[in-house]
Write a protein that binds this ligand. Structure first.
Ligand SMILES: *[C@@H]1O[C@H](CO)[C@@H](O)[C@H](O)[C@H]1NC(C)=O
Ligand SMILES: *[C@@H]1O[C@H](CO)[C@@H](O)[C@H](O)[C@H]1NC(C)=O
Ligand SMILES: *[C@@H]1O[C@H](CO)[C@@H](O)[C@H](O)[C@H]1NC(C)=O
Ligand SMILES: *[C@@H]1O[C@H](CO)[C@@H](O)[C@H](O)[C@H]1NC(C)=O
Ligand SMILES: *[C@@H]1O[C@H](CO)[C@@H](O)[C@H](O)[C@H]1NC(C)=O
Ligand SMILES: *[C@@H]1O[C@H](CO)[C@@H](O)[C@H](O)[C@H]1NC(C)=O
Ligand SMILES: *[C@@H]1O[C@H](CO)[C@@H](O)[C@H](O)[C@H]1NC(C)=O
Length: 798
């Protein structure tokens, strides 16, 4: 019988190990961080904070006489406004004040760390400053084991810092400040080690400065400054991360640094092109360093068609112009590194630094990969696998015991032995049942705490909350008429207020419309995955008692159509506001098309689906008709025509074919409406025979654009001119989808006023609109459109 025990226990430990392992793989918030450096030229208000979870404001210093934290006077204004400014675009972004203690400043730092009273002065002032300016944490940048800093004192310092931060939080009732640092690729340099234990205990996480390994001012041969791998074991990131993990530093406290810069070497022999070629020194700039943006413009201006080659062996992009040899991280390298961080179970990434990005291309690339998987699903897998394994194990034990009993009975027929083994087997079955039950209970309680821990992180959690019907009923005052905001295609929308004071909008799917259920499911699955400041957030669902309810964040300022056509309210939207609304919609669409994990076609972009928040920021709503597909399926066919009359592009009406250009087409109507304040459904011109688009093109052709504009608008003080928007709108309706600019192009044209050439629109194919109108009346099976922006649904194409 003894032989059962090892089997049983090894199984048990296997299970325990399995669940512990899975426990650590259930990730916390994925960190998408970036450093903003005050010495670079990027205005804080230009930071696209929607792409980040954490923003680092750099740099403060250590004062060399008082050892207090010190912010230089010219930075004070930027730092004090930093948090409130970046929160405008992303209210949930976390900001951290970064303190430079590297190179020249390391002496001040090491003197501070060396003595108790100095540490105290620094720690207290740092917390005070962080609170004063509204930062959520503090960061040390550039601590190096090799700079003569006494690492055991540094460990003490970290412990004291953490203790003081914790005590301040208790006393003030505020959330504890985060404490982080950026560290060398290697935990040990020249046999001096970071204080690993103290770092692990006292810091929230560590950024690995995974760049600047080889630089042209020091190395007289070409090298990759930020290679992820190197088959020949030169300095590379993967080896560094492995060193940290080998020292038992937890992966989920490591954040991978991403360089938004590269380095250029001047080759000795311009025929060379590989790594380790002789170089005479830096190329292009004084130290050879170049921001991503300047690398891109360098290629554009001097490259004559040169393309940077991506090398996946090292994960680096390389190009050569003359004897300039330059390596840097382009989109491919950034994506590969972010994937690496995911695979290794790291906590996230941090970009250094933001001003070097080019139109947020790198940040968006990084962001697209970082989205975390739905966690509940993973929990479900863990539970079912474990339970199945337990049941299987129990059955196996019982079978084994029965076989054993049967054998012993057959062998000698001794009743006593038989009884003994029977008893023993009974006991064993009971013990194993109890053991399994206990393990199961432990698992369940662990999952509970895990789930509640996730709930606490609601802000960052893409998962949907499930509301009870009762709570929604209470929140909307029993769906009272007073709370009704409007009636959408699938049912009424109500305003509500949750017990915690949060205002919500509730869409109640009408019971009669079974047509809406597909759309409901569609919207739920889709929007749960989407998060962007310019998309309305779905907070949760309720599917009790045959009710299908969708709960959204509440948009107090209603929708765009509410203002555009109203003779008085239109004045509330001056040109500056309208430009910011256009930009917001563009950003939202850009996210849908380019930067989320899927390509998403909304298919119902129209004024009434653009909602406005407290600050009149636009948010795209209503994903009931949206289609999403994998990035590589560029075009797809559909058997159904959906969308709103007049916003639907011709190829779709003719062939049922749609692509991302579908939304670009709809976007044009919005643009025309925003600049003209005219409805899409009326007819215009002296004979009242032109639709909005025809009218716009006629006037544009005759140089009489001004007549088209909303007379209340004045663009004289804006760099964005109405006429340019009109031209852009006309470009978006070209008959051939290939002639319509992509959203990326639209964005560039809008952003780079006048510096980007914009093509002359060809005659738009507005005959299509008529053709479509006639056809849909001919088809006539379903109600097709009404005067105001109503939706076409379910019209079967021929
Ligand atoms: C403050 O810092 C900025 C950038 O870091 C620097 O350009 C400026 O000279 C500094 N000013 C003072 C007064 O130290
Ligand atoms: C730090 O020390 C250096 C000298 O080592 C000094 O030049 C610098 O001004 C000090 N920094 C501050 C912020 O006091
Ligand atoms: C450092 O602190 C001392 C004493 O508070 C102050 O006089 C000095 O101006 C500070 N240094 C700098 C560079 O701000
Ligand atoms: C914050 O920024 C505003 C301008 O946006 C400026 O007027 C104000 O002075 C700044 N605040 C501080 C404390 O400098
Ligand atoms: C810090 O103190 C140690 C001795 O405790 C000393 O050896 C070291 O030089 C000091 N470092 C600095 C920068 O003063
Ligand atoms: C570092 O500081 C500690 C005291 O905090 C001291 O005992 C130790 O000798 C110092 N180490 C070095 C290398 O100076
Ligand atoms: C990357 O570069 C190395 C060395 O130049 C070369 O041997 C290798 O084939 C390249 N790999 C790829 C995928 O381009």
């Amino acid at each position: 019988m003894a032989s059962n025990k090892p089997i049983f226990f090894s199984f048990f430990f296997l299970l325990l190990f399995l669940s512990l392992n899975l426990q650590s793989s259930v990730s916390q918030t994925w960190i998408k961080a970036g450093y903003w450096d005050s010495s670079a030229s990027l205005p804080v208000s230009d930071i696209n904070s929607a792409l980040f979870t954490h923003l680092f404001c750099a740099f403060a210093y250590v004062n060399s006489t008082s050892y207090q934290l010190f912010v230089n006077s010219s930075n004070e204004q930027h730092f004090s406004n930093f948090t409130s400014t970046v929160k405008l675009k992303n209210p949930s972004v976390t900001t951290i004040l970064s303190i430079w203690v590297g190179r020249t400043e390391s002496t001040n730092f090491s003197l501070m760390v060396n003595e108790t009273s100095r540490r105290k002065a620094f720690i207290e002032s740092s917390i005070k400053t962080a609170r004063l300016y509204g930062f959520h944490g503090l960061d040390l940048y550039g601590v190096e084991p090799r700079n003569g800093i006494n690492m055991s004192s540094f460990g003490t310092f970290l412990a004291e810092w953490r203790a003081e931060v914790a005590s301040e939080s208790r006393n003030s009732g505020k959330t504890q400040l985060l404490l982080t640092m950026s560290a060398n690729r290697l935990p040990i340099v020249n046999s001096v080690s970071y204080p690993i234990e103290s770092t692990k205990l006292n810091l929230d996480w560590v950024h690995i400065r995974a760049y600047d390994y080889y630089v042209p001012t020091l190395d007289r041969f070409t090298g990759f400054h930020a290679a992820l791998y190197d088959p020949l074991v030169r300095a590379n990131t993967d080896d560094g991360i492995k060193e940290w993990l080998k020292r038992e530093f937890p992966a989920d406290k490591l954040v991978l640094g991403l360089p938004y810069h590269g380095y250029g070497w001047m080759l000795v022999n311009s025929g060379d092109s590989g790594i380790d070629s002789a170089a005479s020194g830096p190329a292009v700039t004084i130290d050879g360093s170049m921001g991503y943006k300047s690398i891109k413009s360098f290629i554009l201006n001097y490259g004559y068609g040169v393309e940077a080659v991506y090398n996946s062996t090292y994960v680096v992009n390389i190009f050569k112009i003359g004897s300039n040899w330059i390596n840097f991280d382009d989109v491919e390298a950034i994506k590969a590194k972010v994937s690496y961080a995911k695979v290794k179970g790291l906590l996230g990434y941090s970009a250094f630094q933001l001003s070097n990005d080019d139109n947020w291309v790198l940040s968006q690339a990084a962001c697209g990969i970082g989205t975390s998987q739905p966690k509940k699903h993973r929990l479900l897998v863990i539970v079912s696998v474990t339970v199945a394994a337990m049941v299987f194990l129990k059955i196996a034990i019982i079978c084994y015991l029965q076989k054993k009993i049967f054998k012993s009975q057959g062998k000698n027929g001794h009743v006593r032995i038989c009884n003994d083994s029977k008893q023993l087997s009974n006991i064993l079955v009971k013990v194993s049942t109890a053991g399994l039950w206990c393990a199961l209970k432990m698992l369940v309680s662990w999952i509970r705490t895990k789930i509640s821990a996730e709930k606490r992180h609601e802000n960052d959690d893409p998962n949907l909350q499930v509301f009870s019907f009762y709570s929604i009923k209470a929140a909307t005052n029993n769906f009272s008429n007073d709370n009704k905001l409007g009636e959408g295609g699938y049912g009424p929308v109500y305003k509500g207020k949750l017990p915690n004071g949060q205002e919500i909008a509730v869409k109640r799917l009408s019971k009669s419309s079974n047509q809406g259920f597909e759309e409901f499911k569609n919207e739920v699955t889709l929007t749960a995955r989407l998060q962007h400041v310019n998309l309305v957030r779905v907070l949760g669902i309720c599917t009790e008692k045959e009710e299908k309810l969708l709960v959204y964040e509440f948009m107090p300022n209603r929708s765009l159509d509410f203002y555009l056509y109203d003779p008085f309210k239109r004045h509330l939207l001056d040109w500056r506001r309208r430009v910011s609304i256009i930009e917001g919609i563009t950003q939202g669409l850009l996210y849908l098309q380019e930067y989320s994990n899927y390509t998403i076609i909304h298919r119902d972009i129209k004024a009434s689906n653009i909602l406005l928040d407290y600050e009149m920021n636009p948010k795209i709503s209503d994903f009931g008709m949206a289609k999403f597909f994998k990035k590589d399926e560029l075009e797809a066919n559909t058997g159904r025509i959906v969308g709103t009359y007049g916003y639907v592009p011709p190829e779709y009406v003719r062939k049922g074919q749609y692509s991302t250009k579908y939304d670009v087409y709809s976007f044009r109507v919005l643009l025309l409406q925003i600049i003209s304040g005219k409805r899409n459904s009326s007819l215009y011109g002296c004979h009242e025979n032109l639709n909005l688009l025809e009218y716009a093109y006629e006037l544009w052709k005759q140089g009489r654009e001004v007549e088209f504009f909303d007379a209340s608008l004045d663009d004289s003080s804006s760099s964005c001119k109405i006429i340019r928007c009109m031209q852009l709108a006309l470009l978006c309706v070209q008959e051939n989808p290939a002639d319509r600019p992509s959203m990326v192009k639209v964005f560039t044209i809008l952003k780079n006023e006048n510096s980007v050439a914009i093509s002359i629109p060809k005659q738009p194919t507005y005959s299509i609109t008529r053709y479509e109108r006639k056809e849909s009346i001919d088809v006539g099976r379903k109600k097709v459109f009404s005067v105001n922006d109503a939706s076409i649904t379910q019209v079967e194409p021929r």
